[in-house]
Write a protein that binds this ligand. Structure first.
Ligand code: NAG
Ligand code: NAG
Ligand code: NAG
Length: 246
């Protein structure tokens, strides 16, 4: 499904292991889940990396570690992040280029303040079979396809968002047509299943449309949170979103 939203999500969050000036506290499944709050590499060593090879050796094993990333990392292949890791970009210029991250069959991963760009035709971050994954304050750029999620058959509750921009459609759950990407299981012929979305508290889509093809059952989040008032969202996003704001 495609989810293109200019939003302040209630999950612009804080944690304890690093500076958190613009953060407001961890909420959501990253905090309220059967295992416990997502802590990433907390309790492990803290390292600063500035080369792809140093990043690879720090991020892919199973040892808890807090990893600060400095500068640009042009990856020659996708990096599979290990469990119990915090990956945190420093300043406004930490970017993962050419290839993105896989988070597969692991638990307890935090990724913050990174630009993840230019992985043409692939995901910036692929998450599969994993729990306690907290990703915020990052910037994603596809570098070839419109910003869009993959097949992410997922179910979302969309509320309190403000959309602005010159694309006609702010939100669509319609499956993406990616030949050979997955079996053709959709009744209307595309090669991906549509996602599920429900609209909760009022959104402001501006002149853009939404196209929700499947609604599913996610109409209320099972955790506590406070929505930013719709009229305050744009300013709050500008003040808090993007690189260099944590
Ligand atoms: C780092 O990557 C970004 C995004 O591609 C680019 O704008 C910037 O110039 C790069 N910085 C350096 C020092 O290469
Ligand atoms: C999912 O991850 C768990 C480890 O958390 C692993 O034991 C299991 O084999 C994985 N399942 C699949 C289908 O990859
Ligand atoms: C929803 O999106 C699909 C795929 O782009 C399109 O075929 C359909 O006409 C759209 N429906 C509406 C109501 O815009």
């Amino acid at each position: 499904m495609k989810l293109t939203i200019f939003a302040l999500s209630p999950s612009l969050l804080g944690a304890s292991a690093y500076p958190a000036a613009a953060d407001s506290g961890l909420v959501g499944f990253a905090k309220d889940n059967p295992v416990g709050a997502t802590t990433g590499g907390a309790g492990g060593e803290t390292v600063i990396v500035s080369t792809p090879s140093a990043l690879k050796s720090a991020a892919t094993d199973a040892t808890p570690r807090i990893i600060f990333l400095s500068g640009n990392f042009t990856l020659t292949s996708r990096l599979s992040i290990g469990p119990d890791k915090s990956l945190i970009g420093t300043g406004t210029g930490a970017n993962i280029l050419s290839n993105g991250f896989n988070i597969k069959s692991v638990s307890n991963v935090i990724i913050r303040n990174l630009g993840i760009r230019g992985d043409i035709g692939n995901d910036g971050i692929t998450i599969q079979n994993s729990t306690r994954v907290w990703i915020d304050h990052n910037e994603f750029e596809s570098g070839g396809f419109p910003a869009s999620g993959p097949d992410n058959d997922n179910e979302v509750l969309v509320e309190g968002n403000v959309f602005s921009g010159n694309t006609a459609e702010a939100l669509s759950t319609y499956g993406l047509v990616i030949p050979n990407d997955s079996p053709n299981t959709s009744p209307d012929g595309d090669s991906e299943l549509d996602g599920f979305a429900n609209l909760g508290a009022k959104n402001d889509w501006g002149p853009a449309s939404v196209n929700i093809t499947r609604t599913g059952a996610f109409t209320e989040a099972p955790y506590a949170y406070t929505l930013t008032a719709l009229g305050d969202v744009k300013n709050a996003v500008k003040a808090g979103a993007g690189l260099g704001k944590i």
